[in-house]
Write a new protein. Structure first.
Length: 348
């Protein structure tokens, strides 16, 4: 027996040290942590002060609005709310202030001439004082004035945002109102629709799809595989939530080793979701002229790739191997096959 046979590790490659952190990275990390800690401190102090106030201020009170904005900014700095929730909190408070000013006549110089012209058109068409057209039925000249009225109010809202120190948000509201509205709606759902799981899950799956594509386009194939796996898990969970009776019946037919212990599908693992979906008859086949593809088998390959996010499992199963574009394409094909299967079985 040779020395190399007796000790094969003699010729193993040596591991390279991980990349060293530079001073800029260390400083940036400490700065980030300090900002978070300072935000926590300020948010706690402001929240305590607001709770101690005996009299609740009117929603149009500018000083009350400033106190509210200071608290929201501190919560954002502390990482306690997302940017979408920040947009909701800031935007809605600025809307209240701007609406109050409008009701109090602060914008009359700009709005009154438009309103008077609209009234004249309404009277010329025979409408009484408290009669109005349904949206879409009004004459073109009236609609143009209504749009001008709304545009004036929008401009006043943007001015109010800038007045209260929200120049960046004002610019977003002014230059990209669709993005602003999307962020505000996202924030509104996160606050007021926490139990609307179907909408939340479809939104999440859509996000996984887009981010998986972005990861693959950037050459981050492992990240893309993980996101396609997350999208598969989200889609199977969505099916279970849409048909809870079918999912629970299928769960009861599974052997003990495969049956999810908890009844709530949101607590089930990807493996459990696959088992339940198989038992429910939701995992079909895809056919073309020459081949038949089992959706279940495609998901098995995706699950194996997705599980490599765990370092220990990666060491045991596929050490040294990275996920390449072929693996990414396989993961995407498995998810897309599941979507095709969904449409074929009418599960959408």
């Amino acid at each position: 027996m040779t020395e190399s046979d007796d000790n094969p590790q003699r010729f193993w490659s040596r591991s390279n040290p991980l990349r060293a952190l530079d001073a800029d990275e260390r400083d940036a990390t400490l700065l980030h942590l300090r900002e978070r800690a300072e935000g926590q401190r300020v948010a706690h102090q402001l929240a305590t002060e607001l709770q101690a106030r005996e009299k609740r201020s009117h929603y149009g009170d500018p000083e009350a609005a400033r106190r509210h904005l200071d608290l929201v900014r501190a919560l954002r700095q502390a990482g306690r709310i997302t940017f979408a929730e920040y947009v909701l909190q800031i935007g809605s408070r600025m809307e209240l202030v701007s609406d109050h000013r409008s009701h109090e006549g602060a914008y009359s110089a700009d709005l009154a001439p438009i309103s008077e012209a609209m009234d004249q058109i309404a009277r010329s068409y025979g409408l009484a004082e408290n009669e109005y057209w349904k949206r879409g039925d009004e004459p073109d000249e009236y609609r143009a004035l209504a749009d001008a009225y709304d545009a004036c109010l929008d401009a006043k809202l943007v001015e109010t945002m800038r007045e209260f120190g929200e120049a960046d948000l004002a610019s977003l509201r002014e230059t990209d109102p669709a993005q602003y509205d999307a962020l505000r709606e996202e924030g509104r759902r996160s606050v007021f629709e926490k139990d609307n799981h179907l909408v939340a899950l479809t939104t999440l799956i859509d996000s996984y799809e887009r981010e998986a594509e972005a990861a693959g386009g950037a050459g981050a194939y492992l990240a893309g595989c993980l996101l396609w796996g997350a999208a598969v898990e989200g889609l199977l969970l969505l099916w279970c939530l849409r048909a809870p009776e079918v999912a629970q019946a299928a769960r009861q037919t599974l052997p003990a080793r495969e049956r999810p212990k908890r009844p709530d599908p949101a607590d089930w693992t990807l493996d459990s979701l696959v088992h339940v979906s198989r038992a429910a008859g939701w995992l079909g086949v895809l056919e073309d002229d020459d081949f038949v593809f089992l959706v279940d088998a495609l998901l098995q390959n995706l699950r194996q790739s997705r599980n490599l996010i765990h370092p220990g499992r990666s060491l045991r199963q596929q050490p040294h191997l990275k996920r390449d574009k072929a693996a990414f394409d396989d993961a995407k094909a498995a998810y897309t096959a599941l979507r095709i299967n969904e449409a074929a079985l009418g599960l959408g």
